[in-house]
Design a protein around this ligand. Structure first.
Ligand SMILES: Cc1cc2nc3c(=O)[nH]c(=O)nc-3n(C[C@H](O)[C@H](O)[C@H](O)COP(=O)(O)OP(=O)(O)OC[C@H]3O[C@@H](n4cnc5c(N)ncnc54)[C@H](O)[C@@H]3O)c2cc1C
Length: 407
């Protein structure tokens, strides 16, 4: 990234160089010839947070409520992302995924996923009986499954780098090590105060991931929802045991939670990860489990939604704590569908922090949320599958920005 400070004036400033911010900036540059776009990023490199700490799964669009933004943008996003990766020689594998029911009580939720997938237009979904599971994943056992051949994997940080290259080709800039401290709206535009000075623009888009609520609330956007950081830890399957998983194997998720459950995924580099867990943590960058930041903790505990969430989901929270405390407990999740796995087959893996929005009533906000002030659009909730959906999500945000650019 260039060491120069960002421009003092531009047409659109984008805060955050994760996959969403870069997709928005790239889309604007494609639409408006000669537009001056400046992306401001707090870290010295792009895609430093969620974008480079995910499962790397190109979701097909099965789980999401029909008609929701997630459902629409994920199905379109997967299709467009495969095409984009083909064009840009980015390795993306349509390796497929199996969702496995291991107990009778999971059959109805599995049938609901099949209905949702069909309604959302997910291509190629197929219901499997217990014997057919082995044809797809020889080491999996269960009582039923749903196979999605269009699910795949990719390195999302590589995709983000390609978006940044497209932007640079159109004359846009990305400046790293440039945290934005405040945004104030003034007549005809906004002043964005950052470490390297002030940039003024008629329109601003904030795609700040785990920090997305902070700038929004300070600038007078709605107080709700707030980000509560959930750490997702992974275990890595030892290479000599990685033949136990061909592609991706997922459990039937808890319909009460927006998380998909700890799964086994073979990434684009061929290694297999188990995870992610979903543990509420005390810092928005708690990549190390014990990291606490007093401001983050204050905000999390000061938000009434956090306490209501804990009251509602205390059982799930205890299970997550047990996964953090014991490898045996974590691996037991995967043994339900791959019984030959053993705790000794795994070593510690990476972790990521989900930027999950929580409403005041304690509900985990499920869909993507973008809120608006006079001069700015704030992406307030862009959890999974926002990386998969990044191309159409970038278009949707560019569409919503149009009235701000016209004035
Ligand atoms: C464990 C885990 C697994 C996941 N698995 C998948 C998956 O398999 N498939 C999928 O589609 N999605 C997955 N996701 C979700 C996906 O990673 C995110 O939806 C996506 O990366 C969001 O992109 P983003 O650009 O909004 O956020 P980020 O990538 O977090 O980017 C936000 C950027 O804003 C910057 N920023 C923050 N504050 C400021 C500031 N004040 N000034 C300047 N810059 C700032 C940050 O440094 C960061 O670079 C997963 C996420 C996690 C955590």
């Amino acid at each position: 990234m260039p060491a120069d400070p960002p421009p003092r004036e531009c047409d659109v400033a984008v805060v955050g160089a994760g996959i969403v911010g870069l997709a928005v900036a790239r889309e604007l540059a494609r639409r408006h010839d000669g537009i001056r776009i400046a992306v401001l990023e707090r870290e010295p490199r792009i895609a430093a947070h969620q974008t480079s700490h995910s499962s790397g799964v190109i979701h097909a669009g099965i789980y999401y409520r029909p008609g929701s933004l997630k459902a629409r943008l994920c199905v379109a996003g997967a299709r467009e992302l495969y095409a984009y990766c083909d064009e840009h020689a980015i390795p993306a594998r349509r390796s497929g995924k199996l969702i496995v029911a291991t107990e009778p009580k999971e059959l109805e939720p599995l049938a609901e996923l099949e209905r949702r997938g069909a309604e959302n237009g997910v291509p190629g979904l197929r219901r499997l009986g217990p014997d057919e599971l082995h044809e797809v994943e020889p080491h999996v056992t269960g009582i039923a499954g749903l196979h999605s051949p269009q699910t795949g994997t990719v390195d999302f940080a590589g995709v983000a780098a390609a978006y940044a290259a497209d932007l640079a080709e159109s004359g846009g800039t990305v400046t790293g090590a440039c945290p934005v401290a405040a945004i104030s709206e003034e007549s005809g535009g906004a002043a964005i105060r950052h470490r390297l000075g002030t940039t003024r623009a008629p329109a601003v888009v904030i795609c700040a991931g785990a920090w997305s609520d902070r700038l929004a609330v300070a600038a007078g956007a709605p107080a709700e929802p707030r980000i509560v950081p959930f750490r997702g830890a992974y275990l890595r399957l030892r290479p000599q045991r990685s033949h136990l998983v061909r592609a991706s194997v997922y459990p039937v998720p808890d319909p009460e939670l927006p998380f998909l459950g700890a799964h086994l995924t073979r990434g684009p580099d061929g290694s297999v990860l188990l995870g992610p867990s979903a543990l509420l943590v005390g810092a928005r960058d708690a990549y190390a489990l014990g990291r606490l930041r007093s401001a983050d903790l204050r905000e999390t505990l000061g938000w009434p939604g956090t306490w209501r969430l804990m009251r509602r989901h205390w059982r799930a929270a205890l299970v997550e704590l047990s996964h953090a405390a014991s490898r045996r407990a974590f691996v037991a999740e995967a043994q339900r569908f791959v019984p030959t796995l053993r705790p000794a087959d795994f070593v510690a893996g990476p972790s990521g922090i989900r930027a999950q929005a929580v409403a005041r009533d304690g509900s985990l906000v499920d869909d993507f949320v973008v809120s608006r002030t006079e001069r700015a659009l704030y992406v307030r909730n862009a959890p999974s599958p926002a990386a998969t959906s990044s191309l159409p999500l970038g278009r949707l945000i560019a569409d919503r920005l149009r009235p701000l650019l016209a004035r």
